[in-house]
Design a binder for this molecule. Sequence first.
Ligand SMILES: Cc1ncc(COP(=O)(O)O)c(C=O)c1O
Length: 399
Amino acid sequence: MTLNEIIALDKKYFMNTFGDRLPVCFTKGQGMKLWDMDGKVYYDFLGGIAVSALGHSHPALVNAIIEQAQKFIHCSNYYYIESQAKLAQLIVENSCCDKVFFANSGAEANEGAIKLARLYFRKKGVPEKFEIITLEKSFHGRTLATLAATGQEKYQKNYCPLTPKFLSVPMNDIDALENAITEYTCGIMLEPIQGESGVNPANVDYIKKVRELCDKKDVLLIFDEVQCGLGRTGKMFGYEHFGIEPDIFTLAKALGGGFPIGALCAKEPYASAFEPGDHGSTFGGNPLACSAGLATLSTIINDKLYDNSAKMGEYFTDKLNKLKNKHRIITEVRGKGLMIGVQLAAPIAVKLKKKFLEQGFLIGSVGDNIIRMLPPLIISKDDIDMYIAALDKVLDKMS
Ligand SMILES: Cc1ncc(COP(=O)(O)O)c(C=O)c1O
């Protein structure tokens, strides 16, 4: 098929949720690179929106998927699953949580977290503690509950009435949070480094105070690490930057390296609030997804990809800050590790993204004024140098 034929099929048969996509269709990938139908190469600085942590077609991941698929793909959670038990063990042994439940996406993992927080208090004899406080500019998913949790009206406005008992307060404003907590609050759910709103890290002092408030008011602290977890920010988990531990955290995106899987991770005694029949999933934690997760997470840990993320993230932001001194259109470089947002003084983010596609680089845009980079954690200095040279040239031409 030609690209135009694929576009015509998509327009006719696929619901138009993604609008006019960038006009490219990939046929293969390797490491940082993807190739289109004409054999043109693209350097992937978006990583499938923080998903392709190992880059494309990493042999450990590909082999794990092939090996499991050749044995069997699915059996249901009525039976014990070796890769599920091993992946849960690997997450627990490398994080602050005691138990894990597997879902199929970030939104689903967050739904599980919300249910667990409510159930914990119900079983503790305080069923009226059901309200969840989140932060403005957050993103927690597209299901009805996670949409209500998401502190951005643009995602919510067409789906009212929203699922009740969610409210959001501004980030880094501890008084606003304290004032919002009532005897009905069961959890505070937040991204320690907000992703979808353009890479906004929370202040360390704020997060420490949030932890203290949660302890004082008997409220669970839930971190949504769907985007910032698993090495993305230069540490294994986002919470490590803040010197505190959440009671519950969620993962997805990078966990399967591209294979869909999400995880709800909780400390005790919260994890034990889920008892037989309280939660479940047909596909969640199936043998294929968990084999992909096991291969991806083992590689992140064994190859210390979080360290590469820290080093390359620093190198990348340094270079971007140097470009900022040269090009006035760049007003701020934000982020941690390889989760990087660049604030622009003019609404050229989409234009820049399209120009960059022509140059053979994939990046993301957030609104009109922010570009975002979430490259694979295997990225090298050479890749970054190439990107910086291209950005320098494009900005020269655009100014
Ligand atoms: C922080 C965060 N939470 C949740 C989600 C939703 O994940 P999914 O699209 O896998 O449902 C996303 C997706 O971008 C996210 O960035």
